[in-house]
Design a protein around this ligand. Structure first.
Ligand code: PPS
Length: 298
């Protein structure tokens, strides 16, 4: 494997890969970017369904027509607010702008919090996030990677990883979950019922799609369809940046792959950590077993 160049930058207590971020780009997002009431944000901790939501939002805003999602790369259609290219893609874009971000609220644009802009926060089982990130780190030239999964899990658990700890990210965004302009979704519910989820998102966005348009969103945002779409499967990114022969960007697209990677000791240790970190969070998630003491009860 080619030697990795894992330069990173620090901002507001988190680490970001220097390949596509700079202090200026984060400062632009945090302090200069002017949120419009019509903006729609796709918020995630990395590897939680960002790309999937980029596709869903594009298709919803195109009334199910896949022309845009098949002709323009996802990172241009629903660009990341914190990346170097944000101003270029976003400043003159007509409303509604579709915008992705992995930033925590502490360094999110201040104007968002007093605006009517809508935000969808997609959250995924942290164990599956860790596994997905492990393979992403392995195939990318710009992320810290440990071959030994146990060591990688330790890095992930300690938040010595891009965008800080999963726990801080999730808990700080969950604080906004009661707002009417904030929609909380899980990766699992997208997997279980994509059609129902698309309808929920349409309702949240005030988009009235007919049944055939919803069907087209569901069809074109399926894992298989996205895997075959070069505007979203990252095959446009050079091999020396993302080597998809090591692991594809759209890898498995399932829930529960952590079971194939965590040992029983790692499972128990992570559950302990989860219970401690999430003890003040009342909301129940599909991976709720983490909040029940099943390993001690049995
Ligand atoms: S990133 O790098 O933060 O933007 O990654 P992100 O897009 O958030 O997460 C990538 C994982 O999401 C999976 N994915 C999907 N799963 C099911 N269906 C669809 N349509 C879909 N699109 C993306 C992708 O495969 C990554 O998960 P893993 O577990 O690695 O397969």
């Amino acid at each position: 494997m080619a030697r990795k160049v894992t330069r990173s930058i620090e901002y507001g207590g988190i680490t970001l890969p220097a390949l596509v971020h700079s202090e200026d780009s984060i400062q632009y997002a945090h302090q200069s970017f002017r949120v419009r009431d019509s903006d729609v944000f796709n918020l995630t901790y990395p590897k939680s369904g960002t790309t999937w939501m980029q596709e869903i939002l594009t298709l919803i805003h195109s009334d199910g027509d896949p022309t845009l999602s098949r002709s323009i790369p996802s990172w241009e259609r629903v660009p990341w607010l914190e990346q170097n290219t944000a101003a270029k893609y976003l400043e003159d874009r007509p409303c509604p702008r579709l915008i992705s971000s992995h930033l925590p609220p502490s360094i999110f644009p201040e104007s968002f919090f007093t605006s009517q802009a809508k935000a969808i926060y997609t959250i995924r089982d942290p164990r599956d996030v860790c596994v997905s990130l492990y393979y992403y780190a392995k195939m990318s030239s710009f992320l810290d990677y440990k071959e030994d999964f146990g060591e990688f899990l330790e890095m992930f658990s300690a938040g010595k990883i891009l965008f800080g700890t999963w726990f801080d990210h999730v808990k700080s965004w969950l604080a906004y979950k009661e707002r009417t302009n904030f929609l909380l979704l899980t990766y699992d519910e997208l997997l279980k019922d994509l059609q129902g989820s698309v309808r929920r998102i349409c309702q949240f966005l005030g988009k009235d799609l007919d049944a055939s348009a919803v069907d087209s969103v569901v069809k074109n945002a399926s894992f298989e369809s996205m895997k075959g779409n070069k505007m979203v499967n990252y095959s446009l990114v050079p091999n020396d940046v993302m080597n998809q022969s090591i692991s594809p960007f759209l890898r498995k697209g399932i829930s529960g792959d952590w079971r194939n990677h965590f040992t029983s000791e790692q499972t128990a240790a992570f559950q302990c950590l989860y219970q401690e970190k999430m003890k003040d969070v009342e909301i129940k998630f599909p991976w709720d077993e983490l909040q029940r003491k099943i390993y001690w009860e049995s």
